[in-house]
Design a protein around this ligand. Structure first.
Ligand code: 0O2
Ligand code: 0O2
Length: 260
């Protein structure tokens, strides 16, 4: 039988370091008065009973646990908008203190359950006393809406062990569709929301010059947000201002019948 606390110690260290690093990134955006693609970050080491259950379910032997169970250390990054998810994925790919091993896009390919999230498995080097140790960490990147759905579904799953009564199953599928629609609506008005956030930041900073600029932009409909969008189109015309966005989410019905 494994000495679990010793085995899990590096995973705990990896989770703590990564939470700190991604939370620091959010601070950098905030200090610059920019929209942060990271809303908040949570993390956990998988409890021993969950590890044992998954070993049984997936036929994973103890001696290959480190390589074959990718989510012993898990990080969750919550975002406001679907577009932020892909920005966070880019940020992770660009970093030189971690290496991306695998990516699973359940955002544009939702799971049959209706589950959506972007999963990135990284290899993270830990500096121990006299050596470096690389551990795998699974990072789940999702919107607040996806997180809400997944959290509720996860709790229900715990109760029903995956055997949902028909009615609950149907409701979950409808809720998944509603969550998808919410993300889509929020993406449509993203520029407006971000302009409001910049305005709030300026107010908190008490910067009269930028406040004035924001107010006159709001009056004339030609401001920083329009330039940021690079369209010259008033930010209120969100459908046009958003037209060159790269990552429009797909409807769950398009893939895997999540809301069928
Ligand atoms: P703050 O100032 O409350 O945001 P720790 O590692 O000790 O910092 P812990 O206790 O391990 O954090 O908890 P976990 O599960 O890793 O992360 C919880 C963090 O997520 C807390 O932040 C919560 O505030 C934050 N959180 C949870 N739900 C939401 C949400 O809906 N919106 C936002 N913005 N944050 C949320 P902190 O670090 O305690 O700081
Ligand atoms: P936890 O810590 O309880 O969340 P598997 O783990 O065998 O299902 P795989 O291939 O190892 O699958 O990884 P996958 O499917 O990319 O990601 C597994 C994790 O994604 C799960 O971890 C969940 O956190 C989340 N997930 C995947 N599908 C669903 C779903 O339908 N509903 C919800 N709520 N979450 C899902 P665990 O193992 O459940 O651990």
């Amino acid at each position: 039988m494994k000495n679990w606390s010793q085995f899990l110690m590096p995973y705990g260290q990896a989770v703590d370091e990564l939470k700190l690093k991604f939370r620091a990134l959010r601070k950098v955006y905030q200090n610059q008065g920019e929209h942060s693609p990271i809303e908040f970050v949570t993390g956990r080491v998988k409890p021993v009973n969950s590890i044992l259950e998954k070993m049984q379910r997936r036929y994973i032997r103890e001696d290959v646990l480190e390589t074959d169970m990718q989510d012993i250390a898990g990080l969750r990054i919550m975002c406001q908008f679907v577009e932020d998810i892909y920005q966070v994925a880019d940020l992770i790919r660009q970093r030189n203190d971690m290496t991306v091993i695998e990516e699973r896009d359940y955002v544009s390919n939702s799971k049959p359950s209706g589950y959506r999230s972007y999963h990135i498995v990284i290899e993270y080097p830990l500096q121990l006393i006299d050596q470096e140790k690389k551990v795998l960490v699974e990072i789940q990147v999702r919107t607040l809406s996806m997180n809400f759905w997944a959290t509720v579904e996860h709790s229900l799953n715990y109760k029903y062990q995956g055997e949902f009564p028909e009615e609950i199953s149907e409701r979950l599928k409808r809720a998944a569709e509603a969550s998808f629609m919410l993300d889509q609506e929020m993406s449509e008005i993203r520029e407006e929301i971000q302009e409001a956030q910049r305005y709030q930041y300026d107010q908190q900073q008490g910067d009269p010059a930028s406040l004035e600029a924001d107010l006159s932009a709001a009056d004339t409909g030609t401001g920083a947000a329009d330039h940021a969008a690079g369209t010259g189109v008033p930010a209120s015309d969100s459908s046009l201002a958003q037209s060159d966005e790269p990552t429009a989410p797909q409807h769950p019905n398009d893939k895997n019948g999540a809301a069928s």
